[in-house]
Design a protein around this ligand. Structure first.
Ligand code: NAD
Length: 325
């Protein structure tokens, strides 16, 4: 029995693949190693996986029909899929909108088309995002809240993935769960995300750019909690006749001011940040905050790592990886 992890060279994907291998699973990792951010970091994550027994890596694009057909023909033992490959990043979707449609819409369809032919597929778990709540302003965000008012193309493509999966659940009975992740952070994280960029800026003596407005806040979720949630849910496929696609928030149940995150970085890095305020881009939400009652009721999952514990853990990895004394 094999688990396919797409986006296995990515931040969340490589942690999930490592945890699956630790649990004794056979894992096929897939990634196209694109250069949206430093491919050197993606390759370093691959190195952590490469030597592990039970791991195979395929460099391929999820939107490449032929490559996906070849992969699925070669791996008929795939029983579960954790689909994390995507073009991430809210603001970049204003810079290069087409790559979001390619990876998050066409790629999602291509994966589902290949998956529906797998005879032994028991569960497909895929990454959605808190960004789908868009212009919703009732906090905390609950799975039943409106998601028809996205404020970025990234959010629109993530919601599209959920809707496409609903259709495939209805038509082909594929058991699927969409996990709406809330600002995931931690060691081996993504350099395009604010916490990582701020750590770099503070270290290099450059200003940290914050958005104007006192209330800007995020539900920051530590990577270990997310991995725990993914693995628990993976073992609990829904009945597609009852739920075409199950949707669960995975967040820290706590909306923290972004300025608090900067304070914690300053403490851990032992350096002061120079703050520069700029207007908030229209694509960024004012606040995110997850209700996780549904994930807890299903799987017993609850987040355990508070921001003041998680940020120092990120910083100690950041220092070691970048060779900062
Ligand atoms: N990190 C977060 O805070 C967060 C929040 C909400 C949702 N998500 C979602 O979680 C998933 C994983 O995010 P992450 O933070 O690990 O991002 P990441 O960018 O580190 O990982 C995604 C990986 O997918 C790969 N990829 C992109 N397009 C591909 C394609 N067409 N074919 C094959 N591989 C491709 C990339 O090379 C990358 O390694 C994504 O779907 C993302 O949208 C992440």
């Amino acid at each position: 029995m094999t688990v396919l992890v797409t986006g296995a060279a990515g931040f969340i994907g490589h942690h999930v693949a490592l945890a699956l291998l630790d649990a004794g699973e056979q894992v096929v990792g897939l990634d196209n190693l694109n250069d949206y951010y430093d491919p050197g970091l993606k390759r370093a994550r691959c190195v952590r996986l490469a030597g592990r027994a039970g791991y195979r890596f395929v460099e391929a694009d999820i939107a490449d029909r032929d490559a996906m057909a070849v992969l699925f023909a070669a791996e008929p033992g795939i029983t579960r899929i954790v689909h994390l490959a995507a073009q991430a990043g809210v603001r970049h979707s204003m810079v290069d909108p087409y790559v979001y449609v390619q990876a998050n819409v066409l790629g999602h369809v291509t994966l589902l088309e290949a998956a529906r032919r797998l005879e032994r597929l028991r569960h497909l778990v895929f990454a959605s995002s808190s960004s789908v709540y868009g212009l919703n302003d009732s906090l905390p965000f609950r799975e039943a809240d409106r998601t028809d008012r996205p404020n970025s193309l990234y959010a629109a493509t993530k919601r599209s993935g959920e809707l496409i999966s609903h259709a495939y659940g209805h038509l082909y009975g594929i058991p699927q769960t969409a996990l709406r992740f809330f600002t995931v952070y931690g060691p081996w994280g993504r350099p395009d995300m604010a916490y990582y960029g701020f750590a770099r800026a503070i270290t290099e003596g450059r200003p940290v750019t914050l958005y104007e407005g006192e209330g800007l806040s995020r539900d920051f979720t530590f990577i270990d909690d997310v991995v725990d949630g993914v693995l628990r849910v993976l073992d609990l496929p829904p009945d597609p006749a009852a739920e075409r696609v199950r949707i669960l928030n995975l967040g820290n149940r706590c909306s923290e001011r972004v300025s608090r995150m900067v304070e914690l970085l300053e403490q851990a890095l032992e350096r002061r940040a120079e703050i520069r305020m700029v207007p908030r881009p229209a694509a960024d939400l004012m606040a995110t905050w997850a209700s996780v009652d549904a994930a807890q009721a299903l799987s017993g999952w609850l987040p355990r790592v508070a921001l003041d514990v998680g940020i120092p853990r990120f910083v100690s990895w950041f220092r070691a990886y970048h060779g900062i004394a």
